[in-house]
Ligand binder design. Structure first.
Ligand SMILES: NC(=O)c1ccc[n+]([C@@H]2O[C@H](COP(=O)([O-])OP(=O)(O)OC[C@H]3O[C@@H](n4cnc5c(N)ncnc54)[C@H](O)[C@@H]3O)[C@@H](O)[C@H]2O)c1
Ligand SMILES: [Zn+2]
Ligand SMILES: [Zn+2]
Length: 393
């Protein structure tokens, strides 16, 4: 089969690799129709997280089941399915408690796993014609319709981006009326803002410095904040002041909720060509109101091969705990627990109440992957979210 493989820092190729096969009785093999490229793939592409050469990339697939092992009971060949990024058994104590990203059976001796992901288990990635899906009954989420129908882009966003955006709003306790600031207007930040809108948040600000992404934030119904135009914390405070704060609430002139959808490759605002992995938490600590909440969905790598000048290889960071403590701000982190949200969000999409495919800007064949990775990485050609179609010749 053909697949996108990591070949070197800032280099991917499309290669012929051995077909995905049934290896365990509970497996399925899925013929992938759509497979999105994620900001997480860029951490590997940029040489930060030590992907081995030849690793098949990708963790955001939608497709049709081709074969199942003899122990798969719920899914069958021909079913159209979306496959969550973080695979899980569905049965262990963490899966049973709804913490599927910490599944205890998918990576023996450790917890949690993902497809095509350095340090997250032996599973090959989904930017390929075929994908082996372990524990198929748990990991194949059925969806109606036919490949290429009008929901293809919305459904592929259920594999990771929409679910992670939603997860970020859960980590940060967004509810009706919340004031929210999302840092990062990639697919994750945009879909976190979109999730906050769906939950009825009152005001939503999205911070970035890439014009097309800020335009997309506005299109979704959020207020864009361009950090090239000055300190985003002051900009948001000023926007809120200009709207008019309720009398007596001036000390609450920041926002109640902050979401980090950037992660460890955050740009330093005073020197945007360099990275500062603590930039966003410093901004959030200043911006969040007393008693507020922070949700961190951006990835912080445990082993960074090329840490930024203000970073450490093992992710030890200097964080303004005292400010967060004084304000009584809660901080929640982590990978998305797909099992908890994917079916609910699928049903929101099927009810035509959510259109997460709105963040998809580019489509291509597998052969287009080298160009799309380069453009996405360099923030060129307006790429926000690109989707590959492995069955297209
Ligand atoms: N928790 C999870 O389960 C999970 C799942 C998927 C992705 N992620 C992570 O979420 C993050 C975002 O993913 P994505 O696909 O949207 O990536 P992306 O690279 O497309 O987007 C990141 C955005 O952050 C912006 N940015 C950089 N520095 C900034 C700063 N100081 N302030 C504000 N914005 C800044 C960039 O301009 C860019 O638009 C990545 O770290 C990714 O690994 C986490
Ligand atoms: Zn992803
Ligand atoms: Zn499990």
């Amino acid at each position: 089969m053909k697949a996108v493989v990591f070949t070197d820092v800032r280099s991917v190729s499309v290669r012929e690799v051995p077909d995905a096969e049934i290896e365990e009785p509970t497996d399925a093999v899925v013929r992938v129709t759509s497979s999105a490229i994620c900001g997480t793939d860029l951490h590997m592409y940029d040489g930060r997280t030590g992907a081995t050469r030849g690793l098949v990339l990708g963790h955001e697939p939608l497709g049709v089941i081709d074969r199942v092992g003899p122990a798969a009971e719920m899914v069958k060949p021909g079913d159209r399915v979306v496959i969550p990024t973080h695979l899980y058994c569905g049965l262990c104590v963490n899966c049973a408690r709804g913490y599927s990203a910490a599944c205890l059976r998918v990576r023996p001796g450790a917890f949690g796993a993902a497809y095509g992901y350095a340090g997250m288990g032996p599973y090959r990635g989904a930017q390929a014609e075929l994908l082996r899906v372990p524990y198929a009954d748990a990991n194949c989420i059925p969806v109606p319709g036919k490949p290429g129908d009008d929901l293809e882009d919305d459904l592929v966003m259920l594999a990771d981006a929409f679910v992670t955006g939603w997860h970020a709003t859960e980590l940060a306790q967004v509810h009706a009326g919340s004031t929210v600031a999302v840092f990062g207007a990639g697919a994750i930040g945009l879909l976190a803002a979109y999730s906050a809108l769906l939950k009825g948040a009152g005001e939503i600000y999205v911070v970035d410095d890439i014009p097309e992404r800020l335009d997309k934030a506005r299109e979704l119904g959020a207020t864009p904040v361009d950090f090239r135009e000055g300190d985003p914390v002051e900009q948001i405070r000023e926007l809120r002041r200009a709207r008019g704060l309720p009398p007596g609430e001036e000390p609450m002139g920041g926002v109640q909720i902050g979401i980090d959808a950037v992660g460890f490759q955050a740009h330093d605002r005073s020197a945007p060509a360099t990275e500062n992995p603590t930039q966003v938490i410093h901004d959030l600590a200043r911006l969040i109101n007393p008693t507020g909440h922070v949700g961190i969905a951006g990835v912080f790598a445990e082993h960074d091969l090329h840490p930024a000048p203000m970073g450490f290889a093992d992710g030890r960071l200097t964080v303004p705990w005292a400010t967060l403590f004084a304000k009584g701000v809660s901080v929640n982190f982590g990978r998305t627990h797909d099992r908890r949200y994917t079916v609910l969000l699928r049903d929101l999409v099927l009810a035509r109440r959510a259109w997460p495919g709105i963040v998809v800007t580019h489509h291509g064949r597998l052969e287009d992957a080298p160009d799309l990775y380069r453009e996405f990485d360099r923030r060129e050609a307006g790429v926000i979210k690109a989707v590959l179609h492995p069955q297209l010749a």
